[in-house]
Write a protein that binds this ligand. Sequence first.
Ligand code: NAP
Length: 248
Amino acid sequence: MGKVLVITGGSRGIGAATAQLAAQKGYAVCINYLRNRPAAQSVVDEILASGGKAQAFKCDVSQEAEVKAFFEQVDREFGCITGLVNNAGILERQSRLESFDAARLKRIFETNVIGPFLCAKEAVLRMSTRHGGTGGAIVNVSSAAAKLGSPEEYVDYAASKAALETMTIGLAKEVVQERIRVNTVRPGVIYTEIHASGGEPNRVERVKTRIPMHRGGQPEEVAQAILWLLSDEASYTTGSVLEVSGGL
Ligand code: NAP
């Protein structure tokens, strides 16, 4: 049986780099995206051109019915999944907490927390031996923000990532006897387009002197950590947080 990996938010940034590396390592890759179909398709095309297997799937991870339909489509096209990377995530414009309204908080928590819960549910229903599956691995993409708190920038985003880390701890224990491992990667400051949505496309350049390595990270460096956690090389690792942050 081949390895089948679902990556949420696989059209750009860390998700796209993870999709490319996973394909090189022999996974068939299900690349989820929200709006940017051309970006998702270009990741798929590159994988197909290298002889790999991949397909793009549109789905808003915060919408329960869409997530269910997405995983059912994956079942039909790829068979049973063996891994999930909960990577899709958003932040909003940098500002202080007193300017947040409920609409912003709902957007952040729906995508960054409810989305990964819904996707993890579908993955467990397929991979858990309790439900007739043969096991697998889940990697949740958190952020150094979960421990730093992101003051003056996005405390809401930081708190959503802390929630995701707590989900990792609880779910890892819940499914450990069902042949599923659940882990977190905690990237620091990575060169992707996410900073533009915070209103500062060049944020990495501003903050990099605060990073002990004095540089931002590349999406491929995060992808390496994710693929290790998914692999059998990490067979005794569950419920853990792997920092990929240049020492931040
Ligand atoms: P990015 O370049 O902004 O890409 C975000 C991806 O998520 C895109 O593929 C986007 O799809 C997708 N997405 C957004 N909302 C979605 C939704 N509701 N449903 C499905 N897909 C959705 O982000 P990134 O920097 O690679 O970040 C990836 C993850 O790493 C996020 O969880 C982020 O919080 C985390 N992280 C990033 C950094 C960093 O410095 N970059 C640091 C720490 C943690 P479309 O292309 O269709 O819009």
